[in-house]
Design a protein around this ligand. Structure first.
Ligand code: NAP
Length: 244
C-alpha cells in the first residue's frame, strides 16, 4: 500500500510509533524515525532491515525546532522526499492541577504540542514542493473528554485537534491531507505504568471489554497514510473500543 513512499515517524523507537513504523515498512515504505533513545531507535531500524525494509533512525528531540529541521534535511538527503509524517512522540507528567509543577506543564506541552508544530513545519516545506503528503497526528481521547490528573496532557492533545483541523484547511489545496487519531487506552509502555486496579476500572468502561492493541492504532494509521483516504481531511478518528 505504501510502495515508493517515505514515512517519518516521531517516537518510533517503541510503543505505538514502533508498531506503525514496522507496519509501514512491511507495506513498502522507507522509514525515518525521530526518537530520544539510541538503543530503541537501533532496535526498530534493525527489525525493519531484517524484514527487508530500509530505515534511518535519528536521535532528535521533537521539542527543538533546530534539531528537527536539521534531521529532516538528513531524511531528504537519504531518501529524496518525505511522503508521510506521523506525529506520534508524546509524554505524560500526571498530577492533580494544584500539585502540577510548572515544569510538568511545560514539558508536556513542549513535546506533545510544540513537537507537532516543529515537525509539521519542517516537513510541510518538502510536501509543498512535492504537491502531495499525508500528515497523521496522534492525539488521544483524553484531549476530547479530559481526565483527572492530566490537565497538561489533555490540553496538549486537544491542542493537536485544533492544529490538525487548521492545517488540514491550510494544506488541502496542495494535495496534503491532515488527520488525527485519538486512541483510547492502548497496551504500551505508557499504560504499563498504570496500577492494575485502575486498568480494571478502565476496562469496565470499554464496551469492547479490553484495552486496545498497538495494531488497532497502526491499522488506522496505515489507512490514513494510503491513497484510500485521499478524500478524508481534518478528521479526528477515535480508536477506543467504543469507550467515549
Ligand atoms: P511510549 O511507549 O512512551 O512511546 C513514545 C515514544 O516517544 C518513546 O520512544 C519516547 O522516547 C518518544 N519521545 C518522547 N519524547 C520525545 C521527544 N521529545 N522527542 C522524540 N521522541 C520522544 O508511548 P505510546 O504509548 O506508544 O504513545 C505514543 C503516542 O500515542 C503518544 O503521543 C501518546 O500520547 C499517544 N497515546 C497513547 C495512548 C496509550 O494508551 N498508550 C493513548 C492515547 C494516545 P523515550 O522513551 O526516550 O521518552
Amino acid at each position: 500500500m505504501l510502495r515508493d513512499k517515505v514515512a517519518l515517524i516521531t517516537g518510533g523507537g517503541q510503543g505505538i510509533g514502533k508498531e506503525i513504523a514496522i507496519l509501514f515498512a512491511q507495506e513498502g515504505a522507507k522509514i525515518a524515525i525521530f526518537d530520544l533513545k539510541e538503543e530503541a531507535i537501533k532496535d526498530t531500524i534493525r527489525e525493519i532491515e531484517q524484514k527487508g525494509g530500509e530505515g534511518l533512525g535519528l536521535r532528535v528531540n521533537v521539542a527543538n525546532l533546530k534539531e528537527v529541521e536539521e534531521a529532516t534535511g538528513k531524511v531528504v538527503d537519504k531518501f529524496g522526499k518525505i511522503s508521510i509524517l506521523v506525529n506520534n512522540a508524546g509524554i505524560t507528567r500526571d498530577a492533580l492541577l494544584l500539585r502540577m509543577r510548572e515544569e510538568d506543564w511545560d514539558a508536556v506541552l513542549d513535546v506533545n504540542l510544540k513537537g507537532v508544530f516543529n515537525c509539521t513545519k519542517a516537513v510541510a516545506k518538502i510536501m509543498f514542493k512535492q504537491r502531495e503528503g499525508k500528515i497523521i497526528n496522534i492525539s488521544s481521547i483524553i484531549g476530547i473528554r479530559g481526565n483527572v490528573g492530566q490537565a497538561n496532557y489533555a490540553a496538549s492533545k486537544a491542542g493537536i485537534i485544533g492544529f490538525t483541523k487548521s492545517i488540514a484547511r491550510e494544506f488541502a489545496s496542495r494535495n496534503i491531507q491532515v488527520n488525527a487519531i485519538a486512541p483510547g487506552f492502548i497496551q504500551t509502555e505508557m499504560t504499563a505504568k498504570m496500577p492494575e486496579a485502575s486498568k480494571q476500572s478502565i476496562i469496565s468502561q470499554i464496551p469492547s471489554g479490553r484495552l486496545g492493541e498497538k495494531t488497532d492504532v497502526a491499522n488506522l494509521a496505515l489507512f490514513l497514510a494510503s491513497k484510500n483516504s485521499d478524500y478524508i481531511n481534518g478528521e479526528v478518528i477515535k480508536v477506543d473500543g467504543g469507550m467515549i
